[in-house]
Write a protein that binds this ligand. Structure first.
Ligand code: FES
Ligand SMILES: [Fe+2]
Length: 430
């Protein structure tokens, strides 16, 4: 459990809050590149860390992310005209470029230099890995880009989706790093998963969780005994502060794939869950594999892109729970893996009351994540650099394997957990 104050500290992310200040030290995924498909295309709304913004792609293809509110009289820039290298407010015509400079102010006399004194807040942006990233922190503390392996493969080798979750970001993150719930929430009663790893995973309800702290967060393993002869099924993950998880995907590693999530706060009570999956064996993914990445559902049928990446399944319809299916087919009766996750996480309340929980041994990874985040908050308050900003995160991969009983998994897997990714050049943003 956490104290009330600790819980509030980790949950709240608005400007000036301790965790808000921490989050603002990282590059943050803001939108998918394809949401701004062409120069001068319509701008889109972006809300992150409790701040309303608009993103637009200018005539040269450069992306700007500006405060939503025009500095003149606060009209929404979402309605702006995207033209000739700037976004023009439709209320009185003030126009701003991607850097936030006011480049035209037709409502003032031509001799006025008022426009040179007005700026709109603009955030630094970078575009890579199919995502437009923004940096919302102090300019002099801007870190290296989070150029993890999945951001570096060709676009056809990677799939990314996102969906809005109606609860605080930490509930999503904690759900992602909770390996034990897989045996329950996501269980298929008819089972039938013949994959060796999945079968091994299904045999043990109470995985032994071991956490190994690192400078970026930690790597951890859920260890499930199979038999003395066969060994232990070891499923490892990486938690990269403050909001990334890299996870294996049932034999995926052997097939040249890995995947993960990012839980990005929209505000204190809403979260954007990013799902990514990629191949690192030089093979492209199929169109449908890419489109369905990580949704646990059929993308396009369940997630409503036009309505801000919201899911049809929500607390208003109890996430389509089917009580008959719950008796005969699946443990939860809720269709779709990620919908099952959202159902249990969203309904803990907008901000889960962690003063009332009772954590067991299998919650070790969750306890450690909170500890690392609390320390990171303190580090930033003290003027230091928080974890997860080093370039060593570029080469992380998750892995799952069957190892002989009592093998030291960190030693046995270290080469693969921290594999050196063969970049031809250090990534440099355009
Ligand atoms: S409110 Fe935007 S130009 Fe007046
Ligand atoms: Fe889950």
């Amino acid at each position: 459990m956490l104290t009330f104050e600790e819980n509030q500290t980790l949950a709240r992310v608005g400007p000036g809050t301790p965790t808000g200040d921490l989050m603002r030290r990282y590059w943050i995924p803001a939108t998918l590149s394809w949401e701004l498909p062409d120069p001068d295309c319509p701008p889109i709304r972006v809300r992150l860390l409790g701040e309303d913004m608009v993103a637009f792609r200018d005539t040269n293809g450069v992306v700007g992310v500006l405060d939503n509110y025009c500095p003149h009289r606060r009209a929404s820039m979402f309605f702006g005209r995207n033209e000739e290298c700037g976004l023009r407010c439709v209320y009185h015509g003030w126009k701003f470029d991607v850097d936030g400079s006011c480049v035209d102010m037709p409502s003032e006399p031509t001799e006025s230099n008022f426009k040179d004194k007005v700026k709109i807040a603009a955030y630094a942006t970078a575009e890579f890995g199919g995502i437009i990233w923004i940096y919302m922190g102090p300019a002099d503390l801007k870190p290296p880009l989070p150029s993890m392996e999945w951001t570096q493969v060709p676009d056809e080798h990677r799939g990314i989706t996102k969906v809005v979750q109606q609860c605080n970001w930490l509930q999503g993150l904690e759900g992602g790093i909770d390996t034990v719930h897989i045996n329950f929430l996501h269980r298929n009663l008819k089972s039938i998963n013949n994959q060796a790893m999945a079968k091994a995973r299904d045999r043990s309800m109470a995985a032994h969780v071991e956490v190994a702290p690192t400078d970026y967060g930690y790597t951890y393993a859920g260890i499930r005994p199979i038999t003395d002869e066969e060994g232990d099924y070891v499923r490892t993950y990486h938690f990269v502060a403050p909001f990334y998880q890299l996870r294996p995907n049932q034999l995926a590693r052997a097939e040249g794939r890995a995947s993960g999530h990012i839980w990005v706060p929209i505000d204190d009570e809403n979260t954007l869950v990013w799902n990514f999956s990629y191949r690192f064996d030089g093979q492209p993914m199929t169109e449908s594999e890419r489109a369905q990445t990580g949704t646990g559902n059929e993308f396009g049928k369940d997630i409503i892109v036009e309505e801000g990446f919201r899911s049809l399944a929500n607390d208003g319809n109890d996430y389509f729970i089917d009580r008959e299916a719950q008796k005969t087919e699946t443990y939860s009766g809720i269709p779709g893996t990620n919908t099952q996750d959202r159902a249990v996480q969203d309904t803990m309340g907008p901000i889960c009351d962690r003063t009332k929980e009772h954590l067991g041994t299998t919650d070790r990874a969750i306890i450690m994540a909170r500890k690392i985040l609390m320390e990171a908050v303190k580090t930033v308050e003290d003027g230091g650099t928080p974890p997860g900003l080093g370039t060593n995160i570029y080469s992380l991969r998750p892995i799952e394997k069957v190892l002989p009983v009592d093998t030291d998994w960190q030693n046995a897997l270290s080469g693969e957990l921290y594999e050196k990714v063969p970049y031809t050049t250090e990534y440099v943003p355009a």
